[in-house]
Write a protein that binds this ligand. Structure first.
Ligand SMILES: O=C(O)CCc1c2[nH]c(c1CC(=O)O)Cc1[nH]c(c(CC(=O)O)c1CCC(=O)O)Cc1[nH]c(c(CC(=O)O)c1CCC(=O)O)Cc1[nH]c(c(CCC(=O)O)c1CC(=O)O)C2
Length: 365
């Protein structure tokens, strides 16, 4: 990419996807998640949890025995079953596709794996122009098995919406440049500032990959999407606006034509809520550091928000947890719409029964 698109040009120019005869999207007019995302106040806040599928569930651990994480993500029947497990168990108002932010990078041919206890690890970190230019594009057929899993879910989910997702350009770039999880993202920020053209070319390619991945999920019938910029909170607002927002905007604009809710979330992003909403989000995910009514104020008083229970409080015992859930639902009333969620993903050792009880409480408020 030899230029940085101005935000306005990106949001107006992105043509809706030219999709083949995509299966008709399910009509779920009464789904609380979609109503809340539209800014309608359903009877109670809809609730789902990031990382609701996965290690916190014994039935997940049993099914995954002997199967590598990324193999599970490309097995339609397995990824569908894993996605359904928390929906059956907890009665949440949405399913989130069991996949991972590195799945499209793996599908495109990158040498990347997920190391249990560590996270995504890249064999050869991307640090120079040669490596950036070698970054392959993602072809839709390379994620056809994920799309097949989405198709199975659309058949099996009844009237529960399915949220598809992708990682945002900055978070994906950080994994590629650092070579794995990073606390300070120093190589990423150094390249961003010292070689801005190279940064924008890399971020643009990652935006294209994320967009292809989201379109494949939407063409297969996903009812909403979430763009995860988990590590955007490491950035100043100035750096986010200059180096990141245009590329996340390209992804969010690229799926605007589907007319489904676009949720945009990052961790530690209290100072970036407006910039992340302006990237093209219909719903802004908030972590536990900013109360939801304060987040709504920062967003100009009108916004649909998602969050924001601190996952650590799932270990604090029911009296504490109940009070926190009630406080968050009260604060969420300041928003046009509120989707109850955690402020980050479910931690692997959380007792599943606690999450089921949180769903029941939110549904009673
Ligand atoms: O070991 C396993 O069984 C797989 C662990 C697992 C991964 N992706 C997964 C799961 C299911 C689960 O969370 O239990 C499955 C996974 N990864 C993700 C999602 C979407 C969501 O969070 O709801 C999901 C699907 C969750 C669901 O279907 O409910 C997205 C994801 N993967 C990743 C990130 C970025 C990040 O967290 O660093 C993010 C962004 C969201 C977030 O921040 O949670 C990267 C990633 N993938 C993975 C890991 C864990 C590595 C480890 O500690 O073993 C990590 C790093 C980490 O979580 O610290 C692998």
């Amino acid at each position: 990419m030899d230029f940085v698109p101005e935000l306005s040009s990106v949001t107006e120019s992105a043509a809706p996807a030219t999709t083949a005869a995509a299966p008709a999207r399910r009509e779920l007019p009464d789904a609380p998640l979609l109503a809340a995302a539209r800014g309608e106040k359903p009877v109670h806040p809809p609730v789902w949890f990031m990382r609701q599928a996965g290690r916190s569930l014994p039935e997940y651990r049993k099914l995954r025995e002997g199967v590598a994480m990324l193999d599970a993500c490309f097995d339609p029947e397995m990824l569908a079953e894993i996605t359904l497990q928390p929906v059956r168990r907890h009665g949440v108002d949405a399913a989130i596709l069991f996949s991972d932010i590195v799945v499209p990078l793996k599908a495109a041919g990158l040498d990347i794996d997920i190391v249990p206890g560590t996270g995504p690890v890249v064999a050869e970190p991307v640090r120079d122009a040669k490596a950036v230019k070698a970054l392959p594009l993602l072809e839709p057929e390379q994620v056809a098995r994920v799309a097949e899993g989405v198709g199975l879910l659309v058949e099996r989910l009844g009237d529960t919406p399915l949220i598809g997702f992708a990682g945002a350009p900055f978070t994906l770039a950080s994994y590629l440049i650092e070579g794995g999880p990073s606390r300070n993202h120093e190589h990423t920020k150094a390249l961003m500032h010292a070689e801005p053209e190279l940064w924008h070319e890399l971020a643009g390619r990652l935006a294209d990959i994320a967009l292809t991945f989201l379109r494949a999920q939407l063409d297969a019938g996903a009812d909403a999407i979430q763009l995860f910029d988990s590590w955007a909170g490491a950035l100043s607002e100035r750096d986010y606006l200059e180096f990141v927002q245009p590329h996340s905007a390209k992804v969010l604009a690229g799926v605007a034509g589907y007319g489904v809710p676009r949720i945009h979330f990052g961790v530690g992003t209290g100072e970036l809520l407006v910039a992340m909403r302006d990237a093209g989000a219909d719903v802004v995910g908030v972590d536990w550091r900013v109360p939801l009514d304060e987040a709504v104020r920062r967003l100009g008083g009108k916004a649909v928000v998602q969050g924001n229970l601190d996952p650590a409080l799932l270990y604090a015992g029911w009296p504490v947890l109940e009070a926190e859930v009630r406080r968050i639902v009260d604060e969420g009333r300041a928003a046009e719409g509120h989707i109850f969620n955690l402020g980050h993903g479910v931690l692997p050792s959380v007792e599943p029964e606690v999450l089921t009880r949180v769903v029941e409480l939110v549904h009673s408020l």
